[in-house]
Design a protein around this ligand. Structure first.
Ligand code: HEM
Length: 374
């Protein structure tokens, strides 16, 4: 079996490892929102690292490793996937292991960024370093919200720079560049402020995310996709609705600074982590899944239904949380777990169907055939 095929086989195993963290992370989240699950204490408490490192960190590292073709890079998703499961099982040392993939990923980006055509990889390297920092702070036993501020910087930075990578947003002219940089610098500054326990970090993070959301809504060509058909339109709707949630998360973070007594933590965190981050996974999934697994992908409108479920259930959860309606918040939370389950179930189902049909080549169908760097 040639090395390339061996890499793709390994990539599918690592994809499943990331999937295991997603399932455990969702069950832990459901337990935290008072749905009966059989999960034990350590697993329930590791909801956030399972989602941020075990699922998203693994997926991001895997995408880069497959894209570069560097075999050593496949170690990164392996460590983040296994490390997160180790934490869910209560293996304490696993917390420090989770610092490594962030450092490795930052190194990978810096190596790629030496190519002059790839400036957007520099912010990604900072994002990856923020991931390592968040995990190191968590391993040191610092307050969870300090680590959360760095995990948020990691995921938001990676996604906005990824949009830049897909060349859908050029830094033409001064305004887009200034808005982009101001948003990122504020987001990174919020992590440093959180380190000192300064409540200003909510204000600064809120401003940063609101500016980045504005940047995406003004300059992302996703709006043009709305006029197209099929997968293009689906991706356009997913991208824009995700950016709207980033704006909501930014605004709620600002309100949380001025009114810290309000019960906003759940709403502001999941506007960003579910509405924006998971929303962007739904948008890019049709690109990422086939390019990582080398399985064909045939678009189907069922993806729209999973996207609608994600957003409507999140609206229910946020409104329930803000108005103190616990049942609405809980049912919304259940919908938040059902949506990714149905989405990934559909993507795998469509891949299996595509394989039987062998109709199309994966990436060609998505986003106008632009290749991916590294
Ligand atoms: C799938 C559905 C999800 C459910 C039901 C869920 C549930 C919860 C709950 C109930 C909390 C405690 C919030 C509070 O303070 O009141 C929480 C916290 C958190 N969640 Fe989620 N969540 C979900 C998805 C996600 C995703 C996808 C991410 C990340 C990408 C995420 C990241 C976090 C973080 C960082 C925290 C704060 C740390 C903590 O308190 O453990 N969650 N989640």
């Amino acid at each position: 079996m040639d090395e390339k095929r061996a890499n793709f086989r390994l990539a599918r195993v690592l994809l499943a490892l990331g999937g295991a963290s997603l399932v455990l992370g969702m069950l832990a989240g459901l337990a935290r929102i008072e749905w009966p699950t059989r999960l034990g204490g350590p697993a329930v408490a590791s909801h956030a690292p399972l989602m941020v490192s075990g699922f998203l960190g693994t997926l991001i590292c895997l995408e880069r490793a497959v894209g570069t073709g560097w075999r050593w890079a496949l170690l990164l998703p392996f460590i983040s996937g296994l490390g997160a499961l180790g934490i869910a099982l209560g293996v304490d040392g696993a917390r420090w292991a989770l610092v490594l993939p962030g450092l490795g990923l930052a190194g990978l980006y810096l190596r790629l960024a030496r190519r002059p055509s790839l400036p957007y990889l520099l912010p990604m390297a900072v994002g990856a370093a923020a991931w390592a920092m968040g995990n190191a702070l968590w391993a040191l036993g610092r307050p969870l919200d300090t680590a959360v501020a760095w995990w948020q910087a990691f995921l938001v930075t990676t996604i906005v720079a990824e949009r830049l990578e897909l060349a859908r947003i050029g830094l033409q002219g001064r305004a887009p560049g200034a808005l982009f940089l101001a948003g990122l610098l504020l987001l990174w500054a919020s992590g440093s402020l959180a380190l000192t326990g300064n409540p200003l970090h909510r204000l600064v993070a809120g401003l940063g995310m609101a500016l980045l959301a504005l940047w995406l809504l003004l300059y992302d060509v996703a709006r043009r996709n709305l006029r197209l058909q099929g997968l293009y339109r689906y991706m356009g709707v997913a991208l824009l609705s995700g950016s709207l949630w980033l704006a909501v998360g930014g605004l709620l973070s600002l309100v949380a600074f001025f009114a810290p007594e309000l019960p906003l933590r759940d709403a502001l965190l999941h506007s960003v982590f579910l509405g924006f981050v998971m929303g962007m996974v739904f948008a890019h999934g049709p690109l990422i899944f086939p390019s990582v697994s080398r399985l064909p992908f045939a678009y189907h409108p069922v993806l729209f239904a999973t996207l609608a479920l994600l957003h409507l259930s999140l609206v229910a959860r946020v409104v329930g949380g803000l108005l103190g309606l616990a049942p609405l918040r809980s049912w919304g939370g259940l919908g938040n777990a059902l949506a990714p389950t149905l989405f990934f179930g559909s993507v795998v189902g469509l891949a299996v169907r595509g394989r039987k049909g062998r109709s199309i080549r994966p990436a060609e169908r998505a986003e106008g055939g632009h290749g991916r760097a590294g």
